[in-house]
Design a protein around this ligand. Sequence first.
Ligand code: APR
Length: 236
Amino acid sequence: MPKPPVDPNKVVVFSGAGISAESGIDTYRDQDGAWNKVNPELVASKRAWEKHPGNVLSFFNERQKAVIAAQPNAAHYAVQKLEEKFEVVVITQNVDDLHERAGSSDILHLHGSLSQARGDSPEAVPFERGIAPIELGDRDDDGYQLRPHIVLFGEDMLHAEEARQHFLTAGKILVVGTSLSVYSAAGLLKKGRFEADKVIVSFDVQKVPFGYHLVRGKATEMVPVVVDDWLARADA
Ligand code: APR
């Protein structure tokens, strides 16, 4: 199957929790990360939802409080600024809405969004739920218990094929603030084409993906540097 052509004007930004860390939202696997405070199996897995839904609701209600209190940071705004010269698709593992609030216009949430809820049934359609927490007994019109529209461990990533196509056709790929621990999201990076500009900004990644140039440092410091360089070169 021939690969689709690379579009030099298309940028994919692939983000993880590290882009929101400086906005005050805990990452997952850093020293002070969420998974070092609670076992994700107990609060963020399909099995936990089936056995103890109240624990899952409490965990994500707390995460939602942190998101509401947070503001987008210089990294989120720099990502939005890329839209001045490029067609930008933000493909994020994050469930916060900081890319939206920074003004990015094309965003795929691979792991869902805290701002959305849905009934606990396969046919249920997610809807914007505002900032109210979800409690046990909150039900949709069909009587199903409401849950956050979040992909739990043991559930499939959203927008997989669409995300894959974007990686295959991007002329530039900027990866920000992810430990690349969770597949299949992390598996998308290898779809990046040889001829594409591929940069990863992070404090520390265990292994730099093949073909990606590591820019080590804080997202708020380094993402603007990469973005300004790409914008300047677009004018040249
Ligand atoms: N600037 C840049 N990078 C940072 C910063 C920062 N200020 N702070 C932390 N980082 C980096 C860390 O070094 C780490 O590599 O961000 C990464 C965060 O990794 P994780 O906590 O594992 O978050 P993420 O990669 O998004 O996790 C992926 O796992 O638990 C699931 O669904 C959850 O979407 C999440 C997925």
